[in-house]
Write a protein of this length. Structure first.
Length: 235
């Protein structure tokens, strides 16, 4: 719904409540998008965190099987301590590492800018920063994907708004609190992260922002100077 009202605002329209049919389409599209995000995230999480599917073991002994299950459960437990949001989970005190986990950039790249993504060039058009709501959604999807391994084996876990909505809101609040803190510091690390995520994703996808055309000026002062020169004097 936030996207609906954002679109109304961009179009210069007053807030208009969507019709029943429009609400239905929004709900269907949201469910489809969440499913796509979870599928993409699940594959990346297993590789990034080193989760091992017991089904891939060749003739395992009972001890090897149990060791694999315990290995996976230990990863899930460690993730629940939130250290995996740092660039180096083993060193959360490392400067400028909060919310710099590589999995966040990877999921963003694949889900929004992957080669199979429809109309990927239009995502965040005209923007220079990744919205905090997007980062929170990615982190929520990662949490859901890790939860799927809580028994040591992969078990399909639906990325439903009912179950994961509260966690998403907590993650978003944490990001907003962090941004409110960093904006007052000498370097706004939250803004730097938001800019880096979007710039890196576009670069990875081979997307280049259009440069101003020949003769166009992006500098406001230069533009005003041209206006003044054009004004001239009346005879």
């Amino acid at each position: 719904m936030d996207s609906w009202f954002d679109a109304c605002k961009k179009k210069g329209l007053e807030d208009v409540d969507p019709s029943i049919d429009e609400l239905k389409r929004i709900k269907e599209r949201t469910s489809q998008f969440r499913g796509q995000l979870k599928d993409n995230t699940q594959v990346l999480v297993a590789k990034m965190f080193g989760l091992i599917d017991p089904m891939t073991l060749a003739e395992p002994t009972a001890e090897q099987l149990e060791a694999t299950l315990e290995h996976n459960r230990a990863i899930v437990t460690a993730h629940q301590k939130n250290k995996f949001w740092y660039k180096d989970p083993e060193n959360p005190n490392l400067a400028n590492s909060m919310f710099r986990a590589a999995i966040i950039q990877q999921v963003f790249n694949i889900n929004w800018f992957g080669s199979g993504t429809y109309n990927r060039a239009s995502y965040f058009a005209g923007e220079t920063e990744t919205p905090l709501v997007t980062i929170a959604l990615i982190m929520d999807a990662v949490d859901c994907s890790v939860d799927s391994w809580s028994t040591g084996r992969y078990v399909l876990t639906a990325f439903s708004a009912v179950k994961y909505g509260p966690r998403y809101r907590r993650l978003l609040e944490r990001l907003q609190e962090w941004k409110a803190f960093t904006v007052k510091e000498q370097v706004d690390l939250a803004q730097v992260l938001q800019e880096d995520l979007l710039r890196n994703a576009r670069a990875a996808a081979g997307l280049v922002l259009e440069a101003p055309g020949v003769g166009e000026e992006s500098d406001e002062e230069s533009m005003l100077a041209a206006f003044r020169a054009n004004q001239g004097t009346r005879n």
